[in-house]
Design a protein around this ligand. Structure first.
Ligand code: SF4
Length: 493
């Protein structure tokens, strides 16, 4: 939702931090909190009832408003339970306030980048500082396990440059297990402590979150862990190993005790698609355990032992899209589906587009996205040549993908009729186009996918298009209900 220009100027200026800190203090008091949150909620509900934007942007505006309401309700629940510490609140509210309300294209660094590169800078980075992991999930997308780390000086420089050159706001830590990172006497929390002006989201298996780690996170205040779960105890232990679920519950208890807000991250597969978002699942993680947010990632056949039979079907994908919006609306939960939320973020976020990101792994290899296993550059090699993150961003693979995104409708004044953002993904939803795009590139560290995987993705794409295109045209571009959506609802398992 757009903030008026005067409000953005206030937040970007010297009064921005005190203003947001004042909001944090207001949130701490039960009565002032109720007053503030009720007023904001009323404004958001008015927006839902009387949409201020016409089609084709109306459906996207509605989804963004529902997510804002979900975040607001989650915040209210967490504050009421007392599971967010005052220190964390004071640390995180100004960072989120600035990150969410002032675009980095508007700052000094963003303007410099745009002048030199004719495009705004990326908004975030995903870093996998280590490949090491203490679990052995059979179909891990990152093929985690080997004890390989990104050297500390490289990691440190990447973050310094992301701040100085791009004014990036968010660092997502993934892996491997980020808590196993160690280089030159530094661990991953040393990185967070050293670069305090970022927000951090850390995808973790949760099993290494001890009381000491939870306490350190509470002191830092600007990192929230997203803990991987597969469903209930049986589902989680089946994929992650016996006893994992109990250790995760213990970690969540430590985080609650120390006032660190956390979320969950779920890989949706053919095995668990029916249980994810069931009432039992939502009650367990959002009511009992007190998760603040949830991320859904559909299983992608890459990494260790790609298994196309674990991919959810096109029908299940569309049904999951419907159920996830029902959940956000009816339960008041902040839930983001990395594929089905495509319209909210205007398509694919890969390749360092505005609002998007690049992914750097433990070898320094830079990929357009966590789920696109083709490297476009290597940051260690780039630094050895005297280059910076800007030159990494310019790599031909990323430039081609950004062209593809624009051709698909990103950045256009109105969304394209054929650029269906319910199918935003070049890797999963337009795999033949991605293969085409890879041709002739100078540096791909990985071979083209297994022919069976490519064939399965092509078949998936063709069927998905028949399901989502009518919904895209009727609901998103047309601004009304969708008969196609109703048909999917009736045939889905
Ligand atoms: S490549 Fe696919 S998974 Fe990655 S950001 Fe784009 S749409 Fe999402």
């Amino acid at each position: 939702m757009a903030l008026p220009a005067a409000g953005r100027r206030l937040l970007a200026g010297p009064l921005g931090t005190p203003a947001v800190l004042l909001a944090a203090e207001i949130l701490r008091g039960p009565r002032t909190r109720r007053y503030l949150l009720t007023r904001v909620e009323r404004r958001l509900r008015e927006r839902l009832a009387h949409p201020p934007v016409p089609p084709p942007w109306r459906a996207r505006d509605r989804e963004r408003t529902l997510l804002a309401l979900g975040a607001l309700r989650s915040l209210d629940r967490t504050l009421a339970r007392g599971t967010i510490s005052p220190h964390v609140l004071r640390a995180i509210v100004p960072l989120w306030g600035r990150a969410g309300l002032v675009a980095n294209r508007e700052t000094r660094q963003g303007r410099r980048f745009a002048r030199e590169h004719r495009a705004p800078p990326p908004w975030f980075l995903v870093l996998a500082p280590t490949q090491a992991c203490n679990l052995r999930c059979p179909d891990c997308y990152a093929a985690a396990g080997a004890n390989v780390h990104l050297p500390w000086p490289i990691l440190d420089r990447v973050l310094a440059e992301a701040r100085e050159r791009w004014d990036a706001r968010l660092v997502v830590l993934s892996g491997g297990e980020p808590l196993l990172y160690g280089s030159e006497g530094h661990d991953v929390l040393d990185l967070v402590a050293r670069h305090r002006r970022f927000l951090y989201l850390m995808f973790t298996n949760g099993t290494l979150i001890t009381p000491e780690v939870a306490q350190k996170l509470a002191v830092l205040g600007n990192l929230t862990p997203a803990i991987s779960v597969e469903g209930d105890e049986e589902e989680t232990d089946r994929r992650r190993g016996k006893g994992t679920f109990r250790r995760i519950q213990q970690a969540m208890a430590y985080l609650r005790t120390h006032g660190v807000p956390f979320g969950i991250s779920v890989t949706v597969t053919r095995d668990n698609v029916g249980a994810v978002l069931s009432d039992a699942f939502l009650d367990l993680f959002f009511e009992e355990e007190g998760a603040f947010y949830g991320f859904l990632f559909h299983y992608m056949p890459i990494g260790r032992g790609p298994e196309v039979s674990q991919m959810i079907t096109p029908q299940e994908r569309v049904e999951l899209w419907r159920r996830s919006w029902d959940t956000v609306e009816k339960r008041g939960i902040f839930l983001f589906d990395f594929w089905n939320s495509g319209p909210v973020v205007q398509g694919c976020l890969a390749a360092g587009r505005e609002g998007g990101y690049l992914y750097i792994d433990w070898n320094g290899d830079v990929f357009p996205c966590v789920f696109v296993p083709y490297r476009g550059a290597n940051v260690v090699e780039a630094y050895a040549r005297g280059e910076t993150l800007d030159e990494v961003w310019e790599a031909p693979l990323f430039a081609r993908l950004r062209d593809w995104q624009r051709g698909y409708g990103y950045g256009a004044p109105t969304p394209a009729r054929d650029g269906d953002w319910l199918r935003p993904c070049p890797m999963r939803d337009h795999h033949a186009e991605l293969r085409e795009l890879l041709h002739g590139l100078p540096d791909n560290s990985l071979p083209v996918p297994d022919p069976d995987v490519a064939a399965a993705l092509d078949a998936f794409d063709a069927e998905l298009a028949t399901l989502t295109t009518p919904i895209w045209r009727e609901r998103y571009l047309g601004g009304g209900g969708s008969q196609a959506e109703d048909r999917v609802r009736t045939v889905a398992p």
